[in-house]
Structures are given as structure tokens and as C-alpha cells.
Design a protein around this ligand. Structure first.
Ligand SMILES: [Mg+2]
Length: 394
């Protein structure tokens, strides 16, 4: 079976309420959606979340990059098995118009195209996308045997003090086991915030923090030390990527494991982090890291280096990425933390007909329908589409 055409859409999805962290405040999410149509008429959907401060991508840039890529040449192969589909996905290489030493420019587009292809062929084969993982040779040591019937997501508390007690208490009552707190915003007293959150969330919850590159390496210990009293289990991306090399020396003195996020976008970044021992954990996000298959390989690299990994998400992911993340999380063992599937809590209107939002305690079931197991609400797509592009393959 061959791909007939790809269609790309830039969709602007309004959020229910603003989401704040040290690098950005967002009221809406501009995502790139890809529709992959097979010669038989079967359709698959994929999604990427381009963020200029993470991989340098923008939604308009993704469309331009796709338009400049020889898609018909790259995606023309005939596929009848998962290994052939994996090889097809690897042949997709977005056109580069700039130096890309970290190998991350185009990752949101890669992710969107790859997910659409996996969804379409999963539907053709009558198998869920989670089935592809066992066909990736590098992923063998990290596969979950057997796959779980449900997974548990954690929750995030964003920057600011607004209704902090209520946020902590309601999330505690909802049964979450772990919580990530955004820190490092200039106007925030993070020591007081964490004390409040610990008090109202209770002693049992696993609390970790994400500074989104807010602190300078030479002041890192001063920022962190007052927060350690709240028994934080991990600090995510404490310094800007430009200063990440300093973590090699600082890390053993900090008294808390370090997770890289903005500094972990590609295999190049991962090998650098492993070689220089700048972290204890990787934050893998499907869109940031270039898709489902690349995230499998990055998790396998972390595992081989005896580092931990989590599957994170971008605030603003719709049900397509929620479903893709669920398939990934159900096929991989030993995921330290799992983020995502916030759909109904994020959006006024869902882009998918199915609601992938987690339930009580952050629990969400594994998905067994063919492909990603979600379908697009075409009316919502039409209302939110800003721009689109069609690439013929056949
Ligand atoms: Mg982060």
C-alpha cells in the first residue's frame, strides 16, 4: 500500500485558561496537523506542536518546510508491514534551510508526518499504533511485557500564586500521585509556593519542579537550596541550554536529580548529555523529539546509559498527541513520570471526536482500536484552521 497524499493544516486551538511558565504564557496553541491518505482511501492523522523557543520551529515555518521537501520522492514506497512503515518514516527528512547542529529543526513536522503515517497504516493493518514499538530493534530492552491495561498521568501546577491552595487541594482529592510545579518566574516566591503546595497536596505526593531555563548556572545552588526542604524529587531544565555544560560539574553537588528538557531534543543532544553526564533523566516529548520512533530510540539510549526517562507533553497538545502518547506509554517500561492527556482540562472544544482525557487519579486505559484510535472533528478543524497545504505523493 502506498501513500496518496499528505495534507497539512495549521490549527489555532483556544485554551480554556492561560498557561504560564518561565519562558511563555499561552492563551492558545497553534499546532500543525497532518492528514495522510493512503491509496485505498484510509486516512491517518498526526500532530506536532512547534515552539520556537524549543526547536526553533513555527507553524508557518513547518508549512514552508513541508512545501520545500520532496515528499513524493521520500514517501513513495509500497508498505505491507510495520518494518516497511518504519523504514518509510525514516526516509522522511524535512528540507533544511539553515544549520542544524543539534538535529532538531523540523521535529514538530517530523512528528506530525510520522504519526499520520503510523495512524494510517495501523488502520490498514487493523492494529493499534502501540504495536509498532516491538518492531523497532533498538527499543527491545525497554519494551513493556505485557503492555499495561492502564497508565497513570501526573499533574502540573503552572507559575503564579492564583488559587494555589485550591489547586493543590483539588489535585490531591483527584488522586494524583505526582505533581510538577513550574518555578523560576521572576515575580514568584517559589519557596513559599512549594511550601503551600506541599502542605495542601500532602506528604505522600511526589513533587518535582521545572524551571524552564530560568536560572543562571552560577546562581543555581542559591536558587535550589531553599526549595529542597519540600523534598523535591527532580529539577527539570534548571539552566538555559547555552549553559547546560555547567551541569556536568554542578550536578553531583545539587542533592537532587536533574532532568533535561529544552536541552534534550535529538540523538545529538542525548549523546552529548550522556557523554558529559549533565543529567539523570531525559524528558521525552513526541513533538519536541521528532516523533514516536525517535522517542523510543532516545529512551533506549537513556536506559543503556542507566538514566531515567519520562514522557512529557507540550501544553496545547490535542487528542491526537494524547492518543499517540498513550500508545507510547503503554508499550514502554519504566517510564519515571507521564504527562499529557489533559484534553478536556485544556480546551473548550476538542479537536477529536473521542475524549482522551485521563480520569480519577490520572488513570487512563490503553487504546486498542486500529491506528491511534481517535478521529478528527472536521467542524472544529475547519473553525480553527488558519492555513493549509496539500502534497501529492502518488
Ligand atoms: Mg519542561
Amino acid at each position: 500500500m502506498r501513500i496518496r497524499r499528505l495534507s497539512a493544516f495549521v490549527a489555532r486551538l483556544p485554551l480554556k485558561r492561560p498557561f504560564r511558565h518561565a519562558s511563555a504564557t499561552r492563551l492558545e496553541s497553534e499546532n500543525i496537523l497532518i492528514k495522510c491518505e493512503l491509496a485505498s482511501g484510509i486516512i491517518g492523522w498526526g500532530e506536532g506542536v512547534p515552539r520556537s523557543y524549543v526547536t526553533g520551529e513555527t507553524p508557518a515555518g513547518c508549512l514552508a518546510q513541508l512545501a520545500a521537501t520532496p515528499v513524493a520522492e521520500q514517501l513513495t514506497a509500497d508498505c505491507s508491514s510495520w518494518p516497511e512503515v518504519i523504514a518509510l518514516c525514516e526516509r522522511f527528512q524535512p528540507m533544511q534551510d539553515r544549520d542544524d547542529p543539534r538535529g532538531c529543526y523540523g521535529n514538530a513536522l517530523r512528528c506530525a508526518v510520522e504519526l499520520s503515517v503510523l495512524d494510517a497504516f495501523g488502520r490498514l493493518f487493523g492494529e493499534p499504533v502501540s504495536a509498532v514499538s516491538s518492531h523497532v530493534p533498538e527499543a527491545q530492552p525497554i519494551l513493556a511485557h505485557p503492555q499495561p491495561t492502564f497508565v497513570r498521568y501526573g499533574v502540573v501546577i503552572d507559575s503564579g500564586n492564583r488559587r494555589l491552595r485550591l489547586k493543590a487541594l483539588t489535585r490531591r482529592l483527584y488522586g494524583f500521585r505526582d505533581c510538577k510545579v513550574k518555578v523560576g518566574a521572576a515575580e514568584d516566591d517559589d519557596r513559599a509556593r512549594l511550601r503551600t503546595i506541599r502542605r495542601w497536596f500532602g506528604p505522600a505526593v511526589d513533587l518535582r519542579i521545572d524551571a524552564n531555563e530560568a536560572w543562571r548556572a552560577d546562581r543555581l545552588q542559591q536558587h535550589l537550596n531553599p526549595l529542597l526542604a519540600q523534598r523535591i524529587s527532580c529539577v527539570e531544565q534548571p539552566v538555559p541550554h547555552a549553559e547546560v555544560a555547567c551541569l556536568a560539574e554542578l550536578r553531583p553537588k545539587l542533592g537532587v536529580p536533574i532532568m533535561l528538557d529544552e536541552s534534550l531534543t535529538s540523538e545529538t543532544d542525548a549523546r552529548e548529555a550522556i557523554a558529559h553526564r549533565t543529567c539523570d533523566l531525559f524528558n521525552l516529548r513526541l513533538s519536541k523529539c521528532g516523533g514516536f520512533l525517535r522517542c523510543l530510540r532516545l529512551a533506549a539510549l537513556a536506559n543503556h546509559a542507566k538514566l531515567g526517562y519520562q514522557l512529557g507533553c507540550h501544553p496545547g497538545e490535542s487528542g491526537i498527541l494524547s492518543a499517540a502518547g498513550r500508545h507510547w506509554a503503554c508499550s514502554v517500561a519504566n517510564i519515571r513520570y507521564l504527562e499529557g492527556s489533559y484534553d478536556r482540562h485544556l480546551f473548550r472544544k476538542l479537536l477529536t471526536n473521542e475524549d482522551a482525557t485521563f480520569g480519577f487519579g490520572g488513570r487512563a486505559p490503553s487504546l486498542h482500536q486500529p491506528g491511534l484510535g481517535v478521529s478528527i472533528n472536521l467542524a472544529t478543524l475547519e473553525q480553527t484552521t488558519q492555513d493549509h497545504l496539500v502534497c501529492k505523493v502518488l
